[in-house]
Write a new protein. Structure first.
Length: 202
């Protein structure tokens, strides 16, 4: 092999070695962001979602997932701003990511619950359930809000529905046990009686 060919081969190999695994498409950046979001590394997750949107500004899932970051940080109004942006793309037919509406409205439901607007929270969970009746998270979320409102029997029905869909849903099982205990002791719900829920990137 000549010196020139050897040099060219070396350069190509080095290029392959340093080439990032993610980052070539909006989907790949979003997936890497999801990995960081799951371990609560919000700064790195946000950077990945922003890279995703630089690649494709109409990728609504990445916008939605930025909303999830702010939801986790309890910046609920800011989270809703991003959820609104994602929904706007969907309603205008511009979303290139195929953001599922049940996932979108589940996120909104959690935000409204954090803000203490339980009517809006239940409305959002109902829309998530309408979009996908098999969304166990949405049933669990609705049950949680009803529980906070002291509507224990209604909450139990929602938890039962979540467990009918997914019998291994540990969070719904925990919430159901809390509701049963509350029903048996016949005491009103306290502000500290919060739900167990999970909201990760999609």
């Amino acid at each position: 092999m000549t010196g020139k060919k050897f040099l060219l081969t070396t350069v190509l190999l080095l290029t392959l070695l340093v080439m990032p695994v993610y980052g070539q498409t909006a989907e790949e950046w979003k997936l890497k962001g999801n990995d960081f979001l799951k371990v609560r590394e919000y700064g790195k997750a946000l950077e990945c979602y922003q890279k995703s949107l630089e690649t494709d500004p109409c990728y609504a899932r990445s916008i939605h997932n930025i909303g999830i970051i702010y939801n986790d940080m309890e910046q609920y109004n800011k989270a809703l701003e991003y959820f609104d942006k994602a929904l706007d793309l969907v309603e205008k037919g511009k979303d290139t990511s195929g953001l599922p509406m049940d996932i979108h409205y589940f996120g909104r439901g959690i935000c409204w619950m954090g803000l203490g607007d339980y009517d809006m929270s239940i409305e959002s969970f109902d829309k998530a359930i309408e979009a996908n009746p098999a969304n166990a998270n949405a049933w669990n979320g609705k049950g949680a809000v009803l529980y906070i409102q002291g509507k224990i029997e209604e909450a139990l029905k929602c938890y039962d529905k979540a467990l009918e869909i997914d019998p291994s849903f540990a969070l719904a099982t925990d919430n159901r046990e809390k509701a049963l205990a509350k029903l048996n002791t016949d005491t009103s719900s306290q502000p500290g009686d919060r739900i167990c829920y999970v909201i990760n990137g999609d």
